[in-house]
Design a protein. Structure first.
Length: 420
């Protein structure tokens, strides 16, 4: 077979588990080190030798199309396919038009180009799957092998079958389209590409697996998003294009964008990313694995730790934000404090939809949507979410999730006595 030069990238999903930061953008367009997650994925496939990409879009498709255009700026030829009904990965891939063998990736999962190359070079049959060894296989689609041939794929098995999880990276021949046409709905009510691959296996087609050993980091949840931020920052090279005043201490890698200023008295423990035209300090403490977007501010006596702060957000005075995700256009009043540790030191839980999830983290802060404002001395408990465009009045303790477009004020009684 010839070299693979085409890819399909699945980017139609909304990212409901990442609400409220996906209220107005798809999860693949969330920022990591100043660029959308999807940019990092496209850059990786370009390095692996892909030249043409079809992106399957859906939710907030215009933001993806406006940002990437025809792809020539990043060395790719990009076209777009709209998945109007989000009814599964098989249907999404089935929308593609491919004459030759092609690669498939998710638009929200970071992978190493060496692993992509490994799949492309190993591909010789009708389907080649990337698989990863995991500690909790019951959370994934598990791949059962005979040698390197795929025997079965079982979604979230109750009993141990294998510790090899389906990594969601594939190389396909044109035969996959016929299998997709015959694919029925899964138990989840979707047309899933794993069901199509199962059909190929049952038909005796050549379906192989390749074990991946590099980075594999998705952003399916807020804590996964923080993990992906950590992955990229761990690999980032120091780069200072802005201004660092005298009296600033920098330990570890710092990536500082053009037009940004770090004022005297600031202490930075890298790796830390600061975008363009942002103002830091004086006397700010920024701890490792913090990313700050463009046109943002972290001011006097502010401490930031292991957090993602998006564009146009101000945290100006006497505040603490740790292990958190803060959307764009936010303004935190003086004394706003984010809790990131339970008193009993058990792992923090976070509500996603109607379910309460264990984050598996001893330290996890909050998730705040776009255009949120807090007043003086607001306290936000660990694991809480504040919806976009909400306002939190002075002195409020946010001990439960706050919906979007909400104004929260504290009830109190004032007793006023005359001085004698």
């Amino acid at each position: 077979m010839g070299e693979i030069r085409n890819a399909v990238v699945l980017a139609a999903g909304r990212g409901t588990r990442l609400q409220p930061v996906t209220s107005d953008t798809s999860k693949c367009m969330l920022p990591l080190l100043g660029r959308p997650i999807l940019w990092h994925i496209l850059d990786t496939v370009h390095k692996a030798g892909i030249t043409h990409v079809q992106i399957v879009v859906g939710y907030r498709k215009e933001k993806i199309i406006d940002y990437f255009g025809d792809g020539l700026e990043i060395g790719l030829h990009i076209s777009y396919i709209e998945q109007k009904t989000r009814d599964g990965t098989a249907r999404a891939i089935g929308l593609a038009t491919m004459d030759d063998d092609f690669l498939v990736l998710n638009g929200d999962t970071l992978v190493d180009f060496e692993d992509i190359e490994k799949i492309m070079k190993s591909h010789s049959g009708d389907a080649t799957l990337g698989v990863r060894r995991v500690e909790d296989p019951q959370q994934y689609g598990v791949v059962e092998l005979e040698g390197d041939r795929v025997k079965s794929i079982v979604e979230k098995p109750r009993e141990f079958i294998s510790d090899l999880a389906n990594a969601g990276i594939y190389a396909f021949s044109h035969e996959i389209f016929a299998a997709i046409e015959k694919t029925g709905k899964s138990e989840r009510g979707e047309y899933e590409i794993t069901s199509s691959i199962e059909l190929l296996v049952k038909e005796g087609r050549e379906v192989r697996a390749v074990e991946l050993t590099g980075v594999w980091s998705d952003i399916g949840s807020p804590w996964n998003y923080l993990d992906s931020n950590k992955v990229l920052l761990s690999r980032a090279n120091p780069s200072i294009k802005g201004t660092v005043e005298e009296g600033v201490v920098v330990k570890g890698a710092l990536i500082l964008g053009k037009g940004s200023v770090i004022r005297s008295g600031t202490y930075i423990e890298g790796p830390v990313y600061i975008g363009e035209n942002s103002k830091i300090g004086p006397n700010t403490y920024i701890r490792s694995f913090t990313s700050i977007g463009n046109n943002s501010r972290a001011g006097n006596a502010v401490e930031l730790k292991n957090s993602i702060i998006m564009d146009n957000t101000n945290i100006s005075h006497l505040s603490y934000v740790g292990d958190s995700i803060i959307g764009s256009g936010c303004n935190f009043g003086a004394g706003t404090l984010v809790g990131n540790l339970r008193l009993d030191e058990k792992s923090v839980k976070m509500r996603i939809g109607d379910e309460l999830y264990d984050t598996g983290r001893r330290k996890m802060g909050c998730v705040v949507g776009d255009d949120v404002k807090t007043g003086l001395n607001v306290m936000i408990n660990s694991g809480r979410k504040i919806g976009s465009k909400s306002m939190i009045g002075p002195g409020v303790v946010v001990y439960r999730d706050i919906p979007k477009d909400t104004f929260v004020i504290k009830k109190q009684e004032l007793e006023i006595k005359e001085l004698k």
